[in-house]
Structure formats: structure tokens, C-alpha cells
Design a protein around this ligand. Structure first.
Ligand SMILES: Cc1cc2nc3c(=O)[nH]c(=O)nc-3n(C[C@H](O)[C@H](O)[C@H](O)COP(=O)(O)OP(=O)(O)OC[C@H]3O[C@@H](n4cnc5c(N)ncnc54)[C@H](O)[C@@H]3O)c2cc1C
Length: 485
């Protein structure tokens, strides 16, 4: 289905709901004709909010907290039963709260992402669910710190913080459409076991990673399919110290950081688990990589199995084949660990992600598109919502002089839609620029920017383009967001 057909379906669905057609959701035989079934229109119950955030993932939890803390009546819509998104499912360390100071001697160490993202870390630290910002002692031309988390407790902590902020949390709820009023979104359509509902709001923030809300609203988008998809394994019943000792005897790991692990400071929390030899040859065949972080003595995360989808990452059937292929690869990956890695002879797969992750689904067109030059030159804008200093392809690409660049508010405004902001992995078209903006901590910071802006727009009853930047900047500064320009 192309973009136009996709959005027309969602808009018609919304118009049907507004026009108040028949109430029955039951199939009517006379509507069945040939290859198509005409769905009967029905009246949907309406709920009203100031701000709706679609997707309770990396960016979404922060966006919803930020909006609610500004006083906006906020709803957060999440298709899974928990909050946290890809932070809890895909990655290893949270990159990165700091500038790359260690790679640039003489450059000042700066924590460049603070605010709500740091508050989440503080809460995790208080319950022993984070390594802390552990300084890299090897591989610091890639990142200065490693911040590893207990992914299960991340889900709990973020949900508790959302609850404390007064966010209406709708988990197990799928966003399935948009109700349009010209170029303004009037509402989102959601489906859950409580039925189908129309959720009205003044301002919307799309944090669904795939840009589902933006696509339903008719925004312009592409599906670049420029990354492999992946499912990540948490491996338990391992002797971590035995594994690391073996690595050290055989050439060592090119990344190393010491931090909090099982309640003890000064423990290895990050290393490159590649062993070389036959292990690596076999690992390559299944797209396996093993950059490992951990916060527990006998558990490591994440062993990743990559697979490049030969079709489209928004096609259900292509993705179903990929889900099966990756599950086969995961089983093989555990076999390899048991066979080749000392300390992992009795390892087992303790967790996998409920669905494949990908580093990019849809790319949503916004008012501004951050370029690779912006990132590498450390460019700041007159409407920055945050500063960021990490690049996932370092040391090949690094932000100039260990500095930072800015994420501008205009890069979050979805083009052509009056009251929709986007954040997370769905923005930034250039692949190499995206290799920076899509990282977890950048997504979290973007969430605080967009959630705050959405709340201010709702309070002032204005479109996202009519918000005075000075108001946004003041609110973000008061909420401990760090700016460099
Ligand atoms: C395999 C992998 C490894 C990575 N490794 C790292 C790493 O080590 N360090 C790092 O910093 N970054 C890493 N990244 C990048 C980073 O994790 C992601 O780019 C980032 O987490 C994306 O955040 P997001 O908020 O855009 O999306 P997500 O965190 O994915 O959140 C989107 C949320 O929206 C929900 N959603 C989607 N559609 C709907 C719908 N229609 N209705 C309701 N809910 C919906 C989803 O369930 C999800 O919870 C990795 C990414 C992947 C895929």
C-alpha cells in the first residue's frame, strides 16, 4: 500500500467515526464482495487530552513525562505491556550522556544530556539496576563512558515515573489511525481489549519509531531499509569473570569499562566478546555480534543476530519470514557460546525481544533534516532542544574536537501537519547522520524537547510552528536540560 492509500484509509476511518455511522462492529454479509470486505462504520467513544504521545519507548516515556510535568493532561499509547522500547530490547550501553572527552586530550569532560534521562539513571542506580556512567578504559575513541542498565527494571522504573508524573498510561493499546481536520490531527484511533476509541488532543508527539501516527496523518515518509533487523539475546548462567579472563589471555578486548555490577563497584561492565578463530567465522554466518555489557555477575547482554530483510521492513509477511530466520540464528548463537566460550558452557537464552528491532523503520519528513555536516562540525541552531556528542561510527566519524551538536526544534516538527512533533529514530535522512541521532540518549533528550514543546503548544492553544522558542528554552532550562549554545 502506498503512502496515499495508507493515509486515506486512516482518514476515512476517522471521518466515519466523526460522521457517526452505524454502531455495530459485527460483520454484515451484504458488505462482503469479492476480494474486499467493507468494514461497517461505528461510533467510537472519545477521550480528550492536551497531549498524546504515541509509543512508550526510548523517546516516548521521556516525552510523556516532560509533557505531564508541564501540567498537560497527557496520554501515552503503547502497543506492548511495558514501557522502555528499544532501550530494553536492542542495544547494549546507552550512548551517550557525555561528550567524547577521552578521545581528545585537553577537552573538558561534560555531561551533555541531563534532565529526565539522567533522573531515570538516578532511579536505576538507587536500586542497583545500572552500571553508572562507567568510564571506558579501552575503546574510548568510540565512547567515553558505558552506561549499562538492567533492562527489566528499566521497564518498571519508567512506568513508575510516568505514573508519578500523572500520565495516563495506555499499554497493550495499538494506535491504528488518525482523525484529520485539514492539516491538523484531531484524534488518534486506538484498539485494545477495551475496544476501539478515538483519542482527541491538542498536540501529538509521534515516538512510535516507525512513525505510525505521522503516516496515518498523511505525512510524507520513506522506508529506506538501510539497516539490518535484529533480535538481541540476554545470556544467563555464564561465568563472566572466567570469560573475561580467557579473553585477556588471548589478546584482550578492544573495549573495556569497569562499573557497578551485582552491587559491587569496579567490575567489568563492558567488553568486546569476540573470540576470533572459528567462533568468529561461525558468528559472521549468522550476523552475530557480541559487544557485551552487563550489570549482573552471571548474565550478559546483548548477543545480537542481524538479518537484512530482503523485502520491506513495513511488510508483515517479509517481517514474519525475518522473525523465523532470526530465531534460528539465535539458537545457533547460543550453541556457539556453549561450544567456544569458556564460562558459557551452560549458558541459556534468558530473554529475547518480543519482536524484531530495527535501527530505522519509516523516515518521517520534518521541517529540517539534520545533515552529516551538522553532526561532524558540531553545529548548533537558534532553536536547539538539546546538545549531543556521540557518533556510533566513531572513531571513523566523531563530532569535531570532542564537542556537541544541537538537535533543533524544527527537526522535530512534522512537515505539513500543524500539531505533530516527531522524535527518536524516525528523523534524519542521511544514514551517517542518523548513526548519531538515533542513539538512545539522543532519543531520550529529543523526547524531553518534544514533550515539553507539545505541552506548551497545548497550553497556548497554538500550532507547533507558532510556539515562541524562548518559552521552550526557558521551560527546558528549568527542567535541567543542558545547552551549549
Ligand atoms: C539492535 C539494535 C541495537 C542498538 N544498540 C544501541 C546501543 O548499544 N546503544 C544505543 O545508544 N543505541 C542503540 N540502538 C539504537 C537505539 O536503541 C534506538 O534507535 C532507539 O532506542 C529508538 O528509540 P525510539 O524512541 O525512536 O523507538 P523505540 O524505543 O523503539 O520506541 C517506540 C515505541 O513505540 C511503540 N509503538 C510502535 N508502533 C506503535 C503503535 N502503532 N501503537 C502503539 N505503540 C507503538 C513500540 O512498541 C515502542 O515501545 C540500537 C538499536 C537496535 C535496533
Amino acid at each position: 500500500m502506498n503512502r496515499r492509500e495508507f493515509s486515506r484509509n486512516s482518514v476515512l476511518l476517522g471521518m466515519g467515526a466523526l460522521a457517526g455511522f452505524g454502531e455495530s462492529g459485527q460483520a454484515m454479509a451484504q458488505n462482503q464482495s469479492g476480494d474486499y470486505y467493507e468494514e461497517p462504520a461505528k461510533k467510537l467513544p472519545v477521550r480528550k487530552f492536551d497531549v498524546v504521545v504515541a509509543g512508550a519507548g526510548t523517546a516516548g516515556v521521556v516525552a510523556a513525562m516532560a509533557a505531564a510535568r508541564q501540567g498537560a493532561k497527557t496520554m501515552l499509547i503503547e502497543r506492548k505491556g511495558y514501557t522502555g522500547g528499544t532501550v530494553t530490547e536492542g542495544g547494549t550501553a546507552l550512548h551517550s550522556f557525555y561528550n567524547l572527552w577521552k578521545a581528545f586530550p585537553g577537552v573538558e569532560k561534560r555531561q551533555v544530556v541531563r534532565g529526565i534521562p539522567q533522573q531515570i539513571i538516578d532511579r536505576l542506580m538507587a536500586i542497583g539496576a545500572c552500571s553508572g556512567h562507567a568510564e571506558m578504559v579501552r575503546g574510548y575513541d568510540y565512547d567515553s563512558v558505558c552506561t549499562a542498565i538492567d533492562t527489566e527494571l528499566y521497564k518498571l522504573v519508567t512506568m513508575q515515573m510516568l505514573d508519578e508524573a500523572g500520565v495516563f498510561i495506555a499499554v497493550n493499546t495499538l494506535l491504528t489511525g488518525a482523525i484529520m481536520d485539514g492539516s491538523r490531527i484531531r484524534g488518534a484511533i486506538v484498539d485494545s481489549r477495551s475496544g476501539r476509541e478515538a483519542i482527541y488532543a491538542k498536540t501529538f508527539v509521534d515516538c512510535s519509531a516507525y512513525g505510525d501516527l505521522a503516516a496515518f496523518a498523511g505525512a510524507d515518509y520513506k522506508v529506506p531499509n538501510d539497516y539490518a533487523c535484529c533480535n538481541s539475546i540476554g545470556l544467563a548462567n555464564v561465568d563472566l569473570d572466567g570469560y573475561v579472563a580467557h579473553l585477556e589471555e588471548h589478546g584482550g578486548s578492544n573495549q573495556l569499562a569497569y562499573g557497578m555490577r551485582s552491587g559491587q563497584p569496579g567490575k567489568v561492565v563492558r567488553f568486546n566478546g569476540g573470540l576470533g578463530g572459528e567462533f568468529s567465522t561461525e558468528a559472521r554466518k549468522i550476523g552475530m555480534s557480541s559487544m557485551i555489557t552487563t550489570v549482573h555477575d552471571n548474565y550478559l547482554m546483548f548477543v545480537k543476530c542481524d538479518f537484512k530483510v530482503p523485502g520491506s521492513v513495513v511488510n508483515r509477511d517479509d517481517m514474519a519470514r525475518a522473525e523465523l530466520e532470526v530465531r534460528k540464528r539465535q539458537a545457533k548463537a547460543v550453541e556457539l557460546f556453549r561450544k567456544y566460550v569458556p564460562g558459557c558452557e551452560k549458558a541459556f537464552m534468558a530473554r529475547t525481544s518480543p519482536t524484531l528491532n530495527i535501527r530505522r523503520g519509516r523516515l518521517i519528513t520534518c521541517d529540517y533534516d539534520i545533515t552529516l555536516d551538522d553532526v561532524l562540525e558540531g553545529r548548533h541552531f537558534d532553536d536547539d532542544v538539546m546538545a549531543y556528542g556521540f557518533h556510533d561510527s566513531a572513531p571513523r566519524f566523531q563530532v569535531k574536537n570532542g564537542g556537541t551538536y544541537g538537535i533543533p526544534y524544527k527537526a522535530q516538527r512534522v512537515k505539513g501537519i500543524e500539531n505533530l512533533l516527531a522524535c527518536g529514530m524516525m528523523i534524519t535522512s542521511n544514514h551517517d547522520a542518523h548513526m548519531s541521532t538515533r542513539n538512545t540518549v539522543c532519543c531520550m533528550g529529543q523526547g524531553q524537547g518534544a514533550g515539553t514543546a507539545a505541552a506548551l503548544c497545548a497550553a497556548k492553544n497554538c500550532g507547533t510552528r507558532d510556539l515562541r522558542y524562548s518559552d521552550l528554552r526557558d521551560a527546558l532550562t528549568k527542567a535541567d536540560v543542558y545547552f551549549e549554545a
